[in-house]
Ligand binder design. Structure first.
Ligand code: NAD
Length: 447
């Protein structure tokens, strides 16, 4: 335990590190060396990273991998993925390769609408508020004109605003429900700025409206904030092929494979325990691309999980059908992402990722991300209904185990060959490692 500190954010980086090292690491100077070793060699790039957040003391690395051969709407992409889980990029690449020869991924943008709310309390006459809103709806929108001018010039801006009566669920609670088009940006900051102006205009206009009593004019603005649930900012990605084009899978015929795959998806549709893991696998792919392209993975996850619960029960984000001898597998997911704003023009690796994808528009990026999620889920289900996922997963995880054991490069090469025809498990690797180095297995277990 250590004592709390006042004014930490005002300390210099060195002073922050000194405090951490003295208070938490007993003055161990190797911690300073470790933190410094993760700084970028180019001071300008490091300064950028320092300024992304508060209290930056160093950088935190994630590998950036690429999954090639993604055929999406007849264009081939090499998709950047920033992720720590061993098997994700390999699985995406494998699924991409599979569908490359079967027509690839087709994506459709079903909508790009974003939403925000002014949440407020009003205890007066309901009809008065409604007639006030109808009279002032356009004025309210116009009050944001200076904020929305550039977005309107791009073809976006505020597209609708409605008054929502929520008093049946919470006494005196109303919303201004505002709809937006934010073009190539995610739009969070733009939306929040508009909402703050709308809230101010709402209170000022009510205060100067003679139809309200002094008591009714006491509107309380509780919050002005975008919603991360964007059911109308929706993309669909799909793969399909004749059943006979599904390859023979480890002794399973294409027909059996299609049926087993279909059942696995149906189970995720009706069983929340499975749906949660199923969707986690989808987000393995989605988050990795969202992070690589500098987008907000918390926002994307939150929207995805709400969408997965839209019918009142948590369910699968992907669906499957077998009809007229055709296997079809698709995802429909809300994805609020941008190719401008946020980190997109700042982080050098994010800029690289956008270039790697050919600088897509926000809509194209929605399709690419949805296809990555679908590919990831296809790879996982394909393994699950045939050989199981551990075979592929543990093969990739082998390096993590060997690195934990501090194996040399020669030993790693030996192990990769040794496990080519064997099932990798943590204990099997440790046993073989001990046998090779002639050390007792028990000593490694304690370690
Ligand atoms: P931003 O604040 O960087 O603004 C993007 C701006 O780029 C737009 O407002 C617009 O003025 C400009 N622009 C230039 N060219 C454009 C084009 N072609 N299309 C659209 N806009 C263009 O970014 P943002 O998109 O408003 O907000 C995203 C950031 O906000 C993310 O970093 C996110 O993490 C963060 N954020 C998220 C939440 C949330 O999700 N709840 C809340 C607050 C902030």
């Amino acid at each position: 335990m250590h004592t709390p500190i006042k004014g930490f954010s005002k300390l210099s980086r060195d002073a922050k590190i000194e405090w951490i090292v003295n208070e938490i690491f007993d003055g161990n100077q190797s911690v300073v060396e470790l933190l410094n070793s993760y700084l970028h060699q180019d001071a300008k790039v490091q300064k950028l990273h320092n300024e992304f957040i508060e209290n930056t003391i160093t950088n935190y690395y994630l590998p950036l991998g690429v999954a090639p051969n993604f055929l999406i709407n007849d264009t081939v992409y090499t998709i950047p993925m920033a992720i720590e889980e061993s098997s994700v990029v390999a699985a995406a690449a494998k699924a991409a390769q599979f569908w490359l020869k079967r027509g690839g991924f087709k994506t459709t943008i079903l909508g790009t609408e974003k939403i925000g709310h002014v949440h407020f309390m009003y205890s007066g006459d309901r009809e008065k508020l409604r007639s006030f809103f109808n009279d002032n709806r356009v004025n309210l929108i116009n009050s944001t004109d200076d904020i929305t001018a550039n977005m309107r010039a791009r073809g976006g801006g505020i597209t609708d605003i409605t008054l929502v009566d929520k008093t049946a669920e919470l006494e005196d609670y109303y919303q201004l429900d505002v709809r937006f088009q934010t073009c190539d940006s995610m739009g969070a900051n733009f939306i929040n700025s508009c909402l703050e102006r709308l809230a101010e205009s709402l209170t000022n206009t009510i205060a100067s409206d003679t139809r309200f009593s002094e008591e009714e004019k006491q509107v309380q603005i509780v919050m002005r904030i975008l919603s991360n649930y964007t059911p109308q900012c929706l993309v669909r990605a799909e793969v399909s092929c004749p059943i006979e084009d599904l390859t023979e899978e480890e002794g399973v015929s294409p027909q059996e494979f299609a049926e087993k795959f279909y059942r696995a998806v149906r189970i995720a549709e009706i069983e929340p325990y499975r749906a949660t893991t199923h969707n986690k696998g989808i987000f393995n792919g989605i988050d990795a691309v969202v992070i690589a392209t500098g987008n907000d993975f918390r926002a994307v996850e939150a929207a995805g999980h709400t969408h997965a619960s839209k019918n009142g029960k948590y369910s699968s984000l992907t669906h499957c059908s077998i009809k007229d001898n055709t296997f079809r597998f698709w995802i429909e997911i809300p994805l609020s992402v941008g190719v401008v704003g946020g980190l997109t023009s700042l982080h050098p690796m994010v800029k690289f990722s956008h270039k790697l994808l050919g600088n897509p528009s926000a809509e194209e990026l929605m399709g690419i991300i949805a296809a990555s999620g679908l590919a990831q889920n296809f790879a996982a289900l394909r393994a699950l209904v045939t050989s199981g996922i551990q075979k592929g997963h543990m093969k990739m995880h082998l390096f993590n185990i060997l690195n934990q054991l501090e194996a040399t490069d020669e030993e790693k090469t030996f192990f990769v060959n040794y496990f080519k025809d064997k099932v990798v498990s943590h204990s099997a690797v440790v046993r073989k490692f001990c046998e090779m180095r002639q050390i007792p297995y028990e000593s490694m277990i304690k370690k």
